[in-house]
Structure formats: C-alpha cells, structure tokens
Design a protein around this ligand. Structure first.
Ligand SMILES: NC(=O)c1ccc[n+]([C@@H]2O[C@H](COP(=O)([O-])OP(=O)(O)OC[C@H]3O[C@@H](n4cnc5c(N)ncnc54)[C@H](O)[C@@H]3O)[C@@H](O)[C@H]2O)c1
Length: 249
C-alpha cells in the first residue's frame, strides 16, 4: 500500500518537468492526483499514461474562477484536497536596464499570485477537514541574488516570504505551508540553458525526482512538525561561496 493511499493532491504545472515528476511520485504512492495545467495536451497524455486516479483538470493559475472550478471538481471526485503543490511557474531573464513593468508583472501574476489564488481556493476545504499541506516551489534564486533575474528573483523571493507568513496564519487550522527552492534542473523550462556546475557542491545537475522526493516528504506525515520552512534542493549551490578556495591570512 502506498504512503498516500486515500489522499488527494493538486499539482499545478504538473504536466511536465519538476511538476510532472511530482505527479508520478504521488501516483506511485497511491494518491489521487490532479494535474492542474494550462498545457492540456501534455497533461492529458501524462494522466493517461499513469491511469488509475490521476486526472487532468485545465487551470491557468492566474484565474481565481478556474481555481474554484478545479477545487469543486476535485472535491466532487475525490473528497477533500489534502495537498496542494504550487509548482507552475514561468521564467524570464535579461539585463536590469531592459526590464519592463509588463515583464515583471507577468512573472508576479503566475509565480506569486498563482500561489495566492491556489491557497485561497483550497483553504475552506482544508479548514473543514482540520488540516492540509501546501508546498510552494520557489527557486535557488529566492535564496541568493542572481544577475539578470531581477523579475524572476523578485517573484520567487516573494513566494518564499509569502509561504512563511501564510504558515504563521494557517497553523491554527492544522495547515502547514513550506517552500522548496530547486537549483539547476534540466526541464522544458531550462531546455535552452547551458548550466555550469562549478559552484554546486555535489558538482552535478539535479534530477526532477530529487525535487519530487522532497515535495512528498513535506506533503506527508513524516514532516508533521515542519511548517514555514524553506528547503533548498540544489546540491549545495547556495550553501556558500564555493568559488572561494583560499585560506584566510
Ligand atoms: N528547472 C529548474 O532548473 C528550476 C529551478 C528553480 C526553480 N524552478 C521552478 O520549478 C517550477 C517548475 O519548473 P519546471 O522547470 O518544471 O518548468 P517547466 O516549464 O518545465 O514546466 C512548467 C509547467 O507549468 C505549466 N504552467 C506554466 N504557466 C502556467 C499557468 N499560468 N497555469 C498553469 N500551469 C502553468 C506549464 O504548462 C508546464 O507544464 C517552476 O515554478 C520554476 O520556476 C525550476
């Protein structure tokens, strides 16, 4: 019997990449899984491939009305939403002087407000049920400053701070809120990026299931006393200044 038998999880952006790996792990552990994604084709394909109680429901995380429909349909099919993984995200990079307010707004709309709408949507059900676990996906870019990432970094630092504040407020209902901060992973989002692992202590890229494993830990009972935490899953990329090789004089 899987660790998540009888539990229901919504994973945004679950059609591919880190979210796809997370959907697969939940499904393997017996959960009912909702792949909530704008990419209907990829999400339907994954849901079919996994079968069982993994389904796709179309969702643009920026749309509170669509969120209400996804949660209502999930509750109708499976009962209460026990777990929400706010993983959907978009990226944009470039020199600070070229950024526009519109580009920053787009990142905030998906990466931050998408998380906000998601938590608001599942909250009444989780309160009724007496608890739940919410996992928000940030970025190593929310733990340190990375050049050319002003808009993306701002949205992810916001998710990290938001997670802590919401954790403080929802603890009284037995609802836990934690954030995960991935380092470098080859996914459709980063297909054009050439990564360097020089400053990664473990000297390699991460595998998507290495994020999924941590999501499942934070979603499940093994982490029942953890809330408001931010967990880096980056092979030590943000542990310190790995470029520094000297001995202090
Ligand atoms: N890949 C990395 O190295 C990396 C590093 C740090 C953080 N992250 C974060 O991890 C998360 C997943 O990243 P990924 O690399 O798997 O990305 P990806 O682009 O490979 O997959 C993202 C998924 O989100 C969906 N999506 C995008 N906008 C959406 C919206 N408005 N509503 C619903 N779904 C939407 C896409 O359709 C896609 O299925 C993101 O939040 C990203 O910022 C990724």
């Amino acid at each position: 019997m899987g660790h998540f038998e009888g539990k229901t999880a919504i994973v945004t952006g679950g059609a591919m990449g880190l979210g796809g790996a997370t959907v697969e792990r939940f499904a393997a552990e017996g959960a009912n899984v909702v792949i909530a994604d704008v990419n209907t084709e990829a999400a339907t394909t994954l849901a079919k491939q996994l079968g069982g109680t993994t389904i796709h429901l179309p969702l643009d995380v920026r749309d509170p009305k669509a969120w209400a429909e996804v949660v209502a349909e999930t509750e109708k099919r499976f009962g209460t939403v026990d777990i929400l993984v706010n993983n959907a995200g978009v990226v944009d990079t470039g020199p600070f002087e070229e950024w526009t307010a519109e580009r920053i707004q787009r990142l905030l709309d998906v990466n931050l407000l998408g998380v906000f709408h998601g938590i608001q949507a599942v909250l009444p059900g989780m309160k009724r049920a007496g608890g739940g676990s919410i996992v928000n996906i940030g970025s190593a870019g929310a733990l340190e400053g990375f050049p050319q990432m002003s808009g993306y970094g701002a949205s992810k630092w916001a998710v990290r701070g938001f997670s802590k504040i919401v954790a403080l407020e929802l603890g009284q209902y037995g609802i836990r809120v934690n954030s995960i901060h991935p380092g470098q992973f080859q996914t459709p989002m980063t297909s054009q990026v050439t990564f360097s692992t020089d400053h990664v202590a473990l000297n390699r890229l991460g595998q998507p299931d290495e994020v999924a494993d941590v999501v499942l830990f934070l979603a499940g009972d093994a982490s029942r006393f953890i809330t408001g935490a931010d967990v880096s899953v980056d092979g030590g990329q943000t542990a310190g200044n790995a470029a520094y090789q000297g001995v202090p004089e």
